[in-house]
Structures are given as structure tokens and as C-alpha cells.
Design a protein around this ligand. Structure first.
Ligand SMILES: [Zn+2]
Length: 478
């Protein structure tokens, strides 16, 4: 059992992480609704902050409302040509706007509200000279091109050391971009507190296809290219954006609850398709506990990675047995509520995502894989002291140890302790209520700990503080 648990644990530590185109007539898998009217842009209004762990990425002066990305990929030369329209709100008066964009990409032109603007692109900072007023809205169009490269990830993990746009030797593309890495391929306020709407138009040589978050609005073959258009109905943080380009085949499905689903698997890999087709069963289990799936569609995208990532409405999975296992499917789907529907304000509180995803995964394994939760928790408890020593407390971890096991298993243990303290009925009701009460929002440590105390009628701050900020493992109840 232990070996199995150890394997499960080791595996569980995986991040388990258009403006210029005309409308093409295309075969659309689902009816494409009209483009969002302007007021829906307000869904993208956020309260951006400076990240306490990674302050060099993102700028609280910018509140991006929507990104429309028009991307053309040439796998033969590994060249991306892009035009991006960003609608944003300036949060303060200033003489410039700042976004993140890697300098492997060459910016040819920037306009603000239709007029060419001067800009400086030094390192990853794209600084656009334009006088802005607090709370006014602006439309930037950025034309850029180049060969995107992933950026170094601030982590000690084995399964990834870079983040962002990744090109395979064959010229295929995938992205996993936690905690930051979106800026490796588009100009972005790359910080989780700034949620925004997205649309994509992706042109690639046929028969390859470009896949992104949200619903597939259209797909057309023209002059040797496949052009797909995608849109997210609800705002997402930049680390939850995904794109993949390759010889991928779409299979449609539907959950028992009626969620339209798609699987995007490499051509000729029926084995991978068979594995991801287990997702609806896991989704049903999660919906029983967490309520209705919070978005309008769900997809699974299998790429040449070793990890898995809860990218919003289009989960990205590595093409390994583990990354496509039922427990990882459950883990990444759990994040659609815990991480995607409600998202940490900044990276200090990534435990809010991983702790609950691990707790739910352990509960699912208890009920469906004959792996008693008590044993899982006992095993994680044995590791806890070392994890705190290696990486720091879950809510105060070392900045160069992003995604360490301490933000996964230690807070999962905390949730199990909390369950025992307040009882299953109340615990599960609050587990279900928290994401719904913060739909499309962000929250931090103080928000979630105060909410649980208020909702349970019990001061739980000591329990949270001991587990999340303590240097040593708190005592567990029997
Ligand atoms: Zn996870």
C-alpha cells in the first residue's frame, strides 16, 4: 500500500500545471453565439495587486478586461506572427501603461485607441507611452512576431523547469504557464488577480489544428491552413490560459449533467483517448459534492508534457500514463472550482488551489480506488515536517520553490482536520458554497479563513494559521 501511496504521492505532486482576421465560414461543432456585447467586458473588471511572491511580474496599474489574440504559427521556422487587441482599464493616473511580453518577440507596432503609440520593450517589460487616467478604458493593439521560448520556472520540481510557450522538436506547441509564462507568447498583465475574457483565432498548416480555452466557435480549412476560433465566456487568470498546436483529433462527448465536452488527442493515440474518456464519471462525482460545473464547456487536451494543468475549461494533460490517470483527471477537474472559478489573489495562496484539489482527490481515491483516506493522510503527515523544512510553510513558502509538495499535502491535511472538527455535513456544505460565493472572483488567506469561521460559527483562525503558517506540523486529532 505504501509503495502505491508513494507512487500516487510522487505523481500527485505534478501540477496536477483577433483582430485582423475575417470571419471564416466553417463547420462548427456547436452553435456559435454572436460576439459579446460591450457590457460583458465588465466581467473582466478586477482589482489587480502586486504579487507578494513574484512582484516583478504583472502591474497593478493595469486591469485587463479582454484579450483577443490572432495567431499564425509556422512550424517549419518556429515563427509566431500575432496581432493582439487588449481592452483594459487603467487603475491609476500615469504617463504609461505596462504589460509583460518576452523580448524574444519583436514588437513592430502598438496603437492606443487607434493611434500609434511610442513604446519601450526592454527585457520582458513592454512600456507604452500614453497618458492615462484612473478608471478610464483603453484599447491597445500590439503587432509582434518571433520565436517564443519558455521562461525559467521558479521551482525545484522534477516534472517542469520552464513555463510558457513550449515548441517540440517537430514544431508542435503546448503551454503550461503557472505561475507566470503567459508573457512568453502574448502581451499580458501576467498576475492571477487580473482576470480577463479571451478570444483566439489560430491559423496553422493543415491538418494540424490550434486548440485554446473555451468553446470552439468555428473551424475552417483554407489555402492549406486550418483556422480555428475560440472564446471564453467567463474571465480567466493568465496562468489558466492554454494553447496547443499539432496533429490533434477532436472527439465530442457530454457529461451526464449536460456539459458539452471535447477531447483533443494526438492522431493515432486511441489509448490516450480511452483514458481521458473516463472524465465524465469523475465530473459527476465532483458535481455531487461541489455543485454544477461552473463553466459552459469542458475539454481535455493531451500534449507532449509530463505534467497536468487545470487550464480553464480546457485541461492540459501530458501524454503519460500518470498525467492521464483517473485521479489526475479528478484533480484537474476539481481545480475548475478551486483555482479557476475562485482564484488566489496572488501566488502566496496557491495552497487554496492545491490543498483542496488534493483533499478531493484523496476522498475520490478513498471511495473509488480502495485507498483509505486515513492511510493517505497518515502518509502525508509523515512527510509534513520535512516539507516544511525544505520549502517553508504552505502559505509562506520560499519563492524559488514554487509548487512544492508543501502547498499540496499540508493544506490537504488541514482540510481533513477541519472536516473532523466541524463534522462532515457542515464541512461539505461549505466546500460546495465557497466557490459559488466567489464566482469569477479572487480571494486570499484572510478572505477564506474569515469566511470559514463566519459560516461555521466557530473561530477557525488558529487551525488555519497553525497548518498554513506554522514551521512545524500541528498536532492532528485522532
Ligand atoms: Zn493541482
Amino acid at each position: 500500500m505504501k509503495a502505491r501511496l508513494a507512487a500516487a504521492l510522487a505523481a500527485a505532486l505534478l501540477l496536477t500545471g483577433c483582430t485582423s482576421g475575417s470571419d471564416e465560414p466553417g463547420d462548427s461543432p456547436s452553435p456559435a453565439p454572436a460576439a459579446s456585447p460591450t457590457p460583458e467586458r465588465d466581467l473582466g473588471v478586477s482589482t489587480p495587486v502586486e504579487d507578494r511572491v513574484y512582484p516583478d511580474v504583472g502591474d497593478p496599474g493595469v486591469d485587463a478586461l479582454s484579450y483577443d489574440l490572432d495567431l499564425t504559427w509556422d512550424p517549419a521556422t518556429s515563427t509566431l506572427e500575432a496581432q493582439e487587441e487588449i481592452r483594459l482599464r487603467s487603475t491609476r493616473a500615469a504617463d504609461h501603461l505596462q504589460l509583460d511580453l518576452d523580448d524574444d518577440l519583436h514588437v513592430a507596432r502598438v496603437t492606443v485607441d487607434g493611434r500609434p503609440a511610442a513604446f519601450d520593450h526592454d527585457g520582458k517589460d513592454l512600456v507604452v507611452a500614453h497618458r492615462v487616467r484612473a478608471d478610464d478604458r483603453y484599447t491597445l493593439v500590439v503587432d509582434y512576431a518571433g520565436t517564443p521560448r519558455p521562461v525559467p520556472a521558479p521551482t525545484k520540481r522534477q516534472d517542469f523547469d520552464t513555463t510558457g510557450w513550449t515548441t517540440t522538436p517537430d514544431g508542435e506547441v503546448w503551454t503550461m504557464q503557472e505561475p507566470y509564462g503567459a508573457y512568453s507568447w502574448y502581451a499580458v498583465n501576467d498576475q492571477p488577480s487580473d482576470k480577463a475574457l479571451y478570444s483566439f483565432r489560430i491559423s496553422v498548416p493543415s491538418p494540424w489544428v490550434g486548440v485554446a480555452n473555451g468553446r470552439l466557435l468555428s473551424r475552417a480549412e483554407r489555402n492549406g491552413s486550418t483556422v480555428t476560433r475560440w472564446a471564453l465566456d467567463e474571465p480567466a487568470s493568465s496562468y489558466l490560459v492554454t494553447i496547443a498546436i499539432g496533429d490533434l483529433v477532436m472527439t465530442e462527448d457530454r457529461s451526464a449533467s449536460g456539459v458539452p465536452m471535447t477531447y483533443w488527442t494526438p492522431r493515432g493515440r486511441a489509448d490516450l483517448l480511452e483514458r481521458v474518456r473516463l472524465a465524465p464519471a469523475g465530473l459527476g462525482w465532483l458535481e455531487e459534492r461541489l455543485g454544477a460545473f461552473p463553466f459552459s464547456s469542458l475539454g481535455f487536451l493531451v500534449v507532449e508534457s509530463k505534467s497536468g494543468m487545470e487550464t480553464q475549461t480546457m485541461i492540459t494533460l501530458g501524454d503519460t500514463r500518470y498525467a492521464t490517470s483517473p485521479e489526475v483527471l479528478v484533480h484537474e477537474m476539481a481545480h475548475q472550482w478551486y483555482g479557476d472559478q475562485v482564484t488566489p489573489v496572488d501566488w502566496r495562496d496557491v495552497w487554496m488551489n492545491e490543498g483542496m484539489a488534493m483533499f478531493l482527490q484523496a476522498t475520490w481515491q478513498d471511495q473509488l480506488q480502495d485507498q483509505p483516506i486515513e492511510q493517505t493522510m497518515d502518509y502525508w503527515a509523515e512527510l509534513d515536517a520535512q516539507l516544511r523544512e525544505d520549502y517553508g510553510p504552505p502559505a509562506n513558502y520560499d519563492a524559488d520553490a514554487f509548487g512544492g509538495s508543501n502547498v499540496y499535502t499540508s493544506p490537504a491535511l488541514m482540510w481533513d482536520e477541519l472536516r473532523k472538527r466541524i463534522g462532515d455535513d457542515l464541512f461539505w456544505r461549505l466546500v460546495r458554497d465557497w466557490p459559488a460565493a466567489h464566482d469569477n472572483g479572487n480571494a486570499d488567506y484572510d478572505d477564506i479563513t474569515a469566511w470559514w469561521s463566519e459560516q461555521s460559527g466557530e473561530d477557525l483562525s488558529g487551525l488555519f494559521d497553525d497548518w498554513l503558517l506554522g514551521e512545524t506540523t500541528p498536532e492532528r486529532s485522532s
